[in-house]
Design a protein around this ligand. Structure first.
Ligand code: GLA
Length: 383
């Protein structure tokens, strides 16, 4: 966690509201493999990271609430008995959505409150700054008002806020990883049971780095929702609950009834789900080559079958492939921009980073950003 961010949020709160706040850290996440499998009840392999949202909370003695976003220099003010959505894309909808979902659960927030928050995940990086924000809000209010929600209940509140108030029909991976992260571990999460097995991540002479394209293409939210509905319609044609239950042979049986595009999307999900299970075995055996190949295959599927990549992401993955020291690379998160995740030999990491940065700048006339990552604990109180 970023100590200067904590100090900034804390002093920002005290300056504004003249009282000591409760401080919460809620992390973003990476995902080693398993993309677009979560809303198909499948497997994913995320980990919480040491970047995320720091939020400060305190009750006030009025009926109204104020939330100040440090990064945006913006405040929203509202009353708890009249939660109104803001314009689409406004960050405030994540906060208001969580509050509205808490209220829908029949829990009463008994007083007004103030919040100041800031983050160190760039928006659109595919590192779940939204889930980190949602979780920080639900966790902070749960603590402040003793609402009695479990962590499991809180992630579903966060997810519903995103479905109903932001309009993205996301799966549960991001909220889960952010809430339940374990330091130095990735979580093999079964999105049907919503239970995970931790895997300690120590790749010995390899490391994970993220490379941010610094682009986010528009329409990504509608493209996301469209893909989710394709998956659901193929699952219903197969008479199963979710694509997690299908094999490639099952899918073949309805090949004539679906378009080639949709067939490939469903096939991608079935194959990606298998790759996650294979990846967990490769990690257990510290088989870097096998893991790296699965990661490259995942990208290939996301690009050619699921069609959620973009030129900038493909370029970064191609650069990784050109370098003999990168075992695997792929786009991470929902797609259409954001980061690639790269499994790189430590000894060659610096030179790869230099080469790829130059090449990216030459090709797109803009800079990419590179992040080293540490795997961290999930959402919690900052002591
Ligand atoms: C976004 C969503 C997740 C997941 C990924 C793709 O991050 O919020 O639920 O579907 O995309 O794997």
């Amino acid at each position: 966690m970023n100590a200067s961010l904590v100090a900034q949020v804390k002093s920002g709160f005290i300056d504004r509201f003249k009282t000591e706040p409760l401080l919460i850290f809620s992390p973003g996440r990476i995902n080693i493999i398993g993309e677009h499998t979560d809303y198909n009840d499948g497997f994913v392999f995320p980990a919480a990271v040491n970047k995320g949202i720091v939020a400060a909370f305190q009750k006030n003695d009025s009926n109204s609430c104020q939330v100040y976003a440090i990064n945006k220099h913006e405040t929203i003010a509202f009353s708890l008995d009249n939660i109104q959505l803001l314009d689409k894309e406004h960050w405030g909808n994540y906060v208001l959505g969580v509050i509205a979902e808490i209220q829908k659960k029949g829990k009463k927030i008994e007083a007004g409150f103030n919040i100041v928050f800031g983050g160190d995940i760039p928006g659109g990086a595919g590192m779940s700054s939204s889930a980190a924000l949602e979780n920080s809000i639900v966790f902070g209010l749960n603590t402040l008002f003793n609402l009695g929600f479990t962590r499991q209940e809180m992630i579903f509140i966060s997810q519903r806020a995103e479905h109903n108030y932001v309009g993205v029909k996301c799966g549960i991976m991001d909220q889960y990883a952010s809430m339940f992260g374990i330091k130095n571990n990735a979580l093999l999460l079964d999105c049907r049971t919503v239970e995970s097995d931790p895997f300690e991540i120590d790749f010995k002479d390899h490391e994970l780095i993220l490379i941010n394209t610094n682009v986010k293409h528009s329409l990504s939210d509608s493209a996301y929702n469209d893909r989710r509905s394709v998956c659901e319609s193929v699952a219903s044609m197969l008479n199963i609950m979710a694509l997690r239950d299908a094999t490639e042979v099952d899918l073949l049986s309805i090949k004539d009834e679906v378009s080639e595009e949709n067939y490939q999307k469903a096939l991608y999900v079935i194959q990606e789900n298998e790759r996650v299970v294979e990846a967990s075995k490769a990690i257990q055996n510290n088989n870097i080559t096998a893991l790296g190949n699965l990661i490259y295959d995942s990208h290939h599927g996301l690009k050619t079958q699921y069609k959620v990549s973009c030129d900038e992401l493909d370029f970064l993955v191609d650069q990784a492939k050109l370098n003999g020291h990168v075992a695997g690379a792929r786009m991470m998160g929902g797609g259409f921009g954001g980061c690639t995740i790269n499994l790189v030999a430590k000894k060659a990491s610096k030179s790869f980073q230099e080469t790829v940065s130059k090449a990216y700048k030459n090709r797109f006339n803009k800079a990419c950003s590179i992040y080293a990552i540490e795997l961290s604990n999930g959402t919690g109180i900052i002591p």
